[in-house]
Write a protein that binds this ligand. Structure first.
Ligand code: ADP
Ligand code: MG
Length: 699
């Protein structure tokens, strides 16, 4: 049976043995025949044709030539010895050069015997030369399983040191493929193979290692990428479906007085189409009888708050309570004030609970929550405490999800006998591709439209040497009545250097703007002091706010129209984008100025260029993903997640979409894959699960 053969430990493969097996295990995690076959080349060398020496061009390209060595000699140089061989064919002569490994070469290479050589050619002093050519006797070359394109496998120093070169891996691969006779079990159903014109599994695996030509290579790659993403999506979507069957949720059947009254009489603006669509999605989820677990993505300023409020009103209409949890005190207070204002004409009781809520107030809140007098509770992590008990919590909204962990989501689930619906809102747009792979088990809604009339923030990059001009610009804006943020990096809240920068900055601004009122906010201040300063800025009593990234999330001061970011090269892209989102909230043209020194790394340059060229959070997130890689983007906890063998989450976006489309279509028609036509997929799926080769996703 092929499955048994594939399980065979790698040391039993001809040419491996215990020593090499050890190295393969350690360096490449190759333990079995299956692992070896699934070890894919990362590039290919095209050896489709042979060159004659008199056809060589001075373009340093990699070429393949047949000829013989007629003479070898050592050449002494100041910088060391080199071994030079005269290599001829029937059209001319060239040189092969080695700087190392002379002894082995002299002992092993045969004179006057036909070789195929391959490598990069150089042109010097009227002669072509090839340093360290790959060489193979023509006799062997003809014997080997031969394809036009040569695979190049990922390698490590240790592999090379132990003599496991690319050539060795190729030999092993030939051996293992020959042993299997390419009798691989198909994993994709005939219907889908037909529809997508995919190569068969066997053809794909053969051509990924030994492609017969460029076209077949492309097809093999497509097939294997599709397959990889397809089974991941199949698993995620299936999990989502099971979740919906298993986890009962409250059914919010009615849209009642609260929602309708608010919608008809108190909505301060027209909803954007995206907002309407998302509210519909949420509403239908909460009425379905299953627990909602939905991620709401929307760029900064896209208007997620009103969506949260209207979802909460639906909960209230069905006689449930709702809560809204935010990552910081400032943000909770802002939500509290904002929602109070929006609901001032509705008969709703809204309370705020944070770490600094006084004990007496706290007691009152606990009581009123339990007897149902409170409709909506807003707050920080404080909401999660065991003492906080609701009479009937129906919906929990979490703002800025990236600051909360999975464990905290789970705590909210326990706040009622049936888990409340959960709406997670994030303003750090996760690229759709990534979201689909990571949160395939959450449903996703996207607000992809900003409210009308927003002027995009103008973003520029300025060097520190231009600071005086920047100050002049600030002065002009303040004269027009605007307010200004100046933000300093504070990556580690404890770093002394960063505080020094901040305080120095504050002092120089105070000196530069002696007539203006200046606020300062940072993470080491007492919450009450922070709020006080923040408040003064919100009420426009201060014109300049000097701050660390504590103002990153959520703060809404529409009159603030300038954002200066100091040492901008030290911020990540998504952080820069978040900070920029603090301006551009009012009717005036807003500006974001990224200040840096002259010395910048390439990555920093890319980040700055991205910021100055686009305002689109999703585009920025894609660049961020490319720069940092998905693991880093999502935090270490999830880094193993996208350990893909062949597909690339960024580059293979369209394949991912197609894989998800088909996975979802198939499961919709046949949730348990029990129909005949899906048998092949079902078997492959169980094999993958059994062998634990579908990646272990966090839940
Ligand atoms: P975010 O998605 O970043 O949380 P907010 O909900 O804070 O965005 O909304 C940003 C601003 O846009 C708020 O001042 C809000 O009142 C306003 N806003 C939201 N939706 C609309 C809309 N449809 N039309 C006009 N203004 C809107
Ligand atoms: Mg918000």
């Amino acid at each position: 049976m092929i499955q048994n053969l594939l399980q065979t430990p790698i040391e039993y493969l001809k040419g491996v043995g215990p020593n090499r097996a050890e190295v393969l295990k350690k360096e490449l995690n190759i333990k079995s025949y299956r692992d070896l076959i699934n070890f894919f080349p990362n590039r290919y060398i095209d050896k489709t044709g042979f060159y004659k020496i008199n056809q060589l061009q001075r373009n340093s390209s990699d070429v393949q030539i047949v000829g013989k060595i007629v003479h070898m000699k050592m050449v002494e140089q100041k910088r060391g010895k080199r071994l030079v061989a005269d290599f001829v064919d029937d059209t001319g002569k060239m040189e092969l050069i080695w700087f190392q490994g002379h002894k082995w070469i002299r002992e092993n290479l045969k004179l006057n015997t036909p070789y195929v050589i391959f490598g990069k050619t150089n042109w010097y002093n009227g002669t072509f030369s090839m340093p360290h050519p790959e060489m193979e006797l023509v006799a062997d070359y003809k014997k080997n399983l031969r394809t036009a394109m040569q695979p190049v496998y990922p390698s490590t120093e240790m592999l090379l040191k132990k003599g496991i070169t690319n050539r060795v891996i190729m030999k092993l691969m030939q051996e293992v493929l020959q042993q299997t006779g390419l009798k691989f079990s198909e994993s994709i159903s005939p219907g889908l193979i037909e529809e997508l014109k995919l190569l068969s599994k066997a053809e794909a695996l053969f051509n990924i290692h030994f492609p017969k030509n460029q076209e077949l290579l492309a097809k093999a790659q497509f097939r294997l990428k599709f397959e990889e993403l397809f089974f991941i999506q199949l698993q995620l979507i299936r999990r989502n479906m099971l979740h919906k069957q298993k986890i009962k949720g409250f059914s919010f059947d009615q849209i009642g007085e609260y929602f309708n009254d608010f919608y008809q009489n108190h909505l301060p603006f027209d909803l954007t189409n995206a907002q309407k669509r998302v509210i519909k999605e949420i509403r239908s989820d909460m009425g379905s009888g299953a627990q909602m677990n939905r991620l709401l993505q929307g760029d900064v300023g896209s208007g997620k708050t009103i969506v949260a409020l209207m979802s909460m009103l639906i909960a209230l209409d069905n006689e449930f309570q709702a809560c809204l949890m935010a990552p910081t005190e400032i943000l909770s207070i802002q939500h509290y004030n904002g929602l109070k204002e929006l609901c001032k004409n509705l008969d709703i009781s809204i309370y705020l609970l944070t770490g600094s809520t006084k004990t007496s107030k706290r007691r009152e809140i606990h009581e009123k929550l339990e007897n149902g007098e409170i409709n909506i509770l807003i707050g920080t992590h404080a909401l999660l405490e065991d003492k906080v008990k609701f009479k009937n919590l129906g919906l929990a909204v979490i703002d800025e999800q990236h600051r909360f962990g999975v464990a905290q989501r789970a705590k909210l689930w326990k706040k009622n006998h049936i888990p409340p619906h959960v709406l997670v809102m994030t303003a750090t747009p996760i690229p759709r591709t990534l979201a689909m792979s990571l949160y395939g088990d959450l449903d996703i809604s996207v607000i992809d439209e900003l409210p009308p009339g927003r002027k995009p923030v103008k973003t520029v990059h300025r060097y520190d040497s231009n600071r005086l001009k920047v100050f002049a610009f600030i002065r002009d804006e303040i004269k027009k009545g605007r307010q200004v943020y100046v933000v300093y990096p504070l990556i580690q809240e404890s770093e002394k250097m960063d505080y020094k920068d901040l305080m120095d900055g504050y002092e120089s601004i105070a000196r530069e703007f002696p007539d203006e009122q200046i606020s300062i906010v940072h993470g080491q201040m007492k919450p009450a002091d922070k709020d006080y300063e923040m408040d003064r800025f919100v009420r426009a009593e201060t014109q300049i706010m000097v701050a660390t990234t504590v103002i990153e999330v959520g703060v809404n001061v529409p009159n603030a129209s300038v954002m200066i970011i100091e040492s901008a090269e030290r911020f990540g892209l998504s952080q820069l984008h978040q900070l920029r989102g603090r301006v551009g909230r009012g009717a005036e043209q807003s500006f974001c100025i990224l200040m840096t020194g002259h010395k910048l790394s390439n990555d920093s340059k890319t980040r700055l260029e991205t910021m100055t060229s686009t305002n689109d959070g999703f585009e920025i997130a894609e660049v961020d993903l490319k720069l940092r890689g998905p693991g880093d983007l999502m935090g270490t906890q999830q880094s193993g997640v996208l350990n893909l063998k062949i597909a690339d989450i960024v580059k293979d976006n369209s394949i991912l979409h197609s894989a998800r489309f088909y996975a979802s279509k198939i499961l919709k028609e046949d949730p348990n894959l029990s129909e005949d036509k899906n048998l092949v997929i079902k078997n492959a799926y169980s094999r993958l699960v059994k062998n634990n080769t579908i990646w272990n996703y966090i839940s």
